[in-house]
Every structure is written in structure tokens, then in C-alpha cells.
Design a protein around this ligand. Sequence first.
Ligand code: IMP
Length: 197
Amino acid sequence: MKLIIASNNKHKIIEIKSILGDTFEEILSQKEAGFEGEAEENGATFAENSYIKAKEIADKFPGYATLADDSGLAVDALGGEPGVNSARYCGEHGNDGANNEKLLTVLKNEKNRKAKFVCAITLILPDGKVLTTEGETEGEIIHTLEGTGGFGYDPLFLSKDLAKTFGEASEEEKNSVSHRGRALRNLSMILKIQNLR
Ligand code: IMP
């Protein structure tokens, strides 16, 4: 089975390819498949948004499996915000630096720094069957950026599992405990159990 990843985020694409490499015959990003658009993410949940993104590519590329991730940061003291608005928290889509700055400002005098990353993955198989999995990872938001790896909020997210920020972790370390890693490994297991690959 050949898979197209419905994303233009190069970091996500690298993480997904590295975790699902053995599960599919070939994995292409939507750009490699010849599509550079961006679906409108107007769902209320991570799962809904991941379905919207996967469905757009599935409709354009019949015969392929398509997979989309929707993910974000949920901060306890902010009632789960930025949540589905994580990519555009500062008002501009995908400006990681400004998103991190806003988060630090909003949490300036906050003692409860608990947070989690959440990831929903939707896979649409060539016959139209839809599988959705989720993964979470816990941590806390530190006061200054640490590390230059990863993307998004990684330098501010002190992982409970790794005892270092995702910005300081190697790619393998992050994948082994991350929300995305967990959701993707769940998916891989479901495909195996149901004999779908
Ligand atoms: P999406 O592309 O709409 O799913 O937005 C995901 C946003 O959530 C990203 O732009 C990041 O701000 C944040 N995010 C999701 N996963 C991660 C991660 O693994 N590390 C850091 N930030 C993440």
C-alpha cells in the first residue's frame, strides 16, 4: 500500500516517515505527490481536523492511502489552550517564535506549568475505510527556550518521560515518547491486528 501524508510541515513529515517507514510500501508527502494546497482546519477537535485534512487528499488521489496529523499543546492553567489553535496562537499561522513568546507571556506569573501534547491521526485506506488514533505526552512549560531540535513548542516543553525538553532531545528520543509517536504506533498496531497492510 502506498501512502500520502496530508501535510506541508516538513518536521511532521520526517517524524511520520521515520515511524511508519516499515508499514507502507512507499510514503510520499502531499508535495511529492504533486499537491501544495492547505485544507481549511475548521473542526472543533484534533480528530475532526485530522479527518478534514486526510479526506481532502484522499479525494484527490484515489488508489492511495492518505494520512493526516492534527496536533497541539494543551496547557492545564489555560483550560487546554492553545489546543486546536496551537499553530496560530499568536495570530499568524506557523510562526513558532511568536507562538512561544506569547505562551511565555501568558504564563508569566503562573505556577502551574503542566501541559500535554495531543495528536490525532486519521488514515483513510484506498477502499474508503477510516481509522483514527490518538496519542498524548505529558510535560511542563519551562521559563526559557532550551534546545534547538524539533519544531513548534518543543524548546519550551520539558518532557516528563525524557527529563529534558523536546528541543534538546534527539529525533529518536522524541519519537519514542511523543504524542505523534504514540498515535502512529497505535495506528501501526491496528493495521497489523486487522490485517490491513
Ligand atoms: P497543525 O499543523 O494544525 O496540526 O498544528 C500543530 C501545531 O501544534 C504546530 O504548529 C505546533 O505549534 C504544535 N505542535 C504539534 N506537535 C508538536 C510537536 O511535536 N512539537 C512542538 N509543537 C507541536
